[in-house]
Design a binder for this molecule. Structure first.
Ligand code: 4AD
Ligand code: MG
Length: 429
């Protein structure tokens, strides 16, 4: 009979005992009568030592035929490194689940194109696994924080008749006959309907942007968390956003120490992410940038270079607030010519991680904006209803999960922070 199956992360509880481990051999070496297998089982990494005299002939044959990334079942006794907190397996029995063919990702340096083409295999690399564990923490911390603040999760639809952000970046779906349909760019508008039922709501899911941008911050499909709060003004929303981001950074430091070390992340950068975050007006920001040598003019959006230039002076995220309404979305509440909105810009070149605003709550104003933006009043009839039946001041924001994970991990290209990236020129694998 086989001994109990255990996970590598629990080895410390089985010191001296015989256990069964199932996993993959990510590396190995042998010399004469001894072989060292580097095992990965999804919970951790450990070395298995195969000593020829201690195993049967079949097991030794498996050790001799070993290939990188073969899947295996190993029976052995757990032992501890004399000095370090490291555990090993002294092998009694070794079996292939499947003997892997020659693995395409080797020890030599591969270019990003090769790695992306093999993303289904690249995902097994320790660095990639560490990023995905941090991503999980960011997701869970977001739920934990928002539920603690009294939010309810509202799953907004992915197929929608409305544009939410710019109409130039919409994926059109030809399915519903005469009715135009698109893939969602953000669930915001649906959350605005739900606040009248539940007060504070959020969604968290994939969104789509047919963006022609080819930068390290843009994906075609990415994950957004939208939050929307009844009776919140612009300032209350910023206060909430900075507490949320501080909380996420704190949880990542607590839960992902080993991953951050594996990623060579400077943990002090995450410990710096403490509220309050500096708040600069758009005008102040443009003036600062001009002084620093940018050719940006009032009325223009910040380019990636501008964001990086601005953030040279800051070691935590910064809000740039009150932008010219003309370059922001139709639904934003105005204060004169300015929109009551803010972008949260991250330090270290991670760019805009949050976009948010107070929303226009007046029916007539909103209708005027929809017409000005040449959007369909039919498709937006339901949205306008929210301003006809008990409209209230409200605000909300959305974060881009991949950019936030990039900030936590110190990983500069968003294609590494999502399991299977889709960009302007990539749909495979
Ligand atoms: O600033 P955005 O476009 O805002 C909205 O969609 C609002 N409706 C959100 C809301 O108020 N509920 O997008 C929000 C965030 C950005 O700050 C950025 O972090 C991320 O989503 N983002 C992208 N991330 C990766 N690839 C892209 N193409 C992105 N576009 C936006
Ligand atoms: Mg934005």
């Amino acid at each position: 009979m086989l001994p109990k199956m255990v996970y590598i992360k629990d080895f410390k509880d089985y010191l001296g005992q015989e256990v069964l481990v199932k996993g993959w051999v990510y590396n190995f070496r042998s010399s004469g009568k001894i072989a060292f297998l580097q095992l990965r089982d999804g919970s951790g990494y450990a070395q298995a030592v195969v000593n020829q005299p201690a195993v049967d002939a079949d097991s030794w044959k498996v050790a001799s035929d070993m290939t990188i990334e073969s899947s295996v079942e190993v029976v052995g006794a757990v032992s501890k490194h004399p000095k370090k907190e490291e555990y090993e397996l002294q092998v009694k029995q070794l079996k292939f689940v499947q003997c892997a063919e020659e693995y395409p990702i080797g020890k030599k340096e591969h270019g990003p194109d090769f790695l992306l083409e093999n993303r289904h295999l690249w995902l097994r690399a320790p660095r990639q696994a560490a990023i995905q564990r941090v991503r999980t923490t960011v997701i869970m911390a977001t739920y934990e924080f928002l539920l603690g603040e009294g939010f309810t999760k509202i799953d907004s639809p992915i197929l929608t008749p409305n544009a939410c952000e710019g109409t130039t970046e919409l994926f059109e779906i030809d399915y519903f006959g005469e009715q135009k349909a698109y893939l969602s760019q953000s669930g915001q508008l649906y959350l605005e309907a739900a606040i009248a039922s539940l007060g504070k709501v959020f969604d968290f899911g994939p969104v789509f942007r047919a963006e022609k941008s080819k930068t390290r911050r843009h994906l075609t499909e990415f994950w957004m968390m939208d939050a929307e709060m009844a009776f919140f003004d612009h300032k209350m929303s910023l206060d909430l956003q900075e507490r949320l981001v501080e909380f996420i950074a704190k949880r990542v430091v607590e839960k992902n120490k080993a991953d951050l070390i594996a990623l060579e992340r400077d943990i002090s950068k995450l410990e710096n992410i403490k509220a309050p975050f500096p708040r600069l007006s758009y005008i102040e920001t443009v003036e600062r940038l001009q002084k620093a040598g940018s050719d940006i003019k009032v009325g223009e959006d910040l380019g990636n270079d501008d964001e990086d230039l601005l953030m040279k002076d800051f070691d935590k995220p910064v809000f740039v607030e009150k932008w010219p309404a003309a370059i922001k979305a139709f639904y934003m509440k105005r204060e004169g010519d300015l929109a009551l909105c803010a972008d949260m810009i991250a330090p270290e070149g991670h760019g805009e991680i949050i976009g948010g605003s107070q929303r226009e709550d007046d029916y007539a104003e909103l209708l005027k904006r929809i017409k000005e933006h040449k959007l369909s009043t039919d498709a937006f009839a339901w949205y306008l209803d929210t301003r006809r039946y008990g409209s209230v001041p409200h605000a909300g924001f959305g974060f881009g999960l991949e950019r936030l994970v990039g900030l936590m991990c110190g990983v500069h290209h968003v294609r590494e922070t999502i399991p299977f990236p889709r960009t302007i020129n990539r749909i495979y694998p």
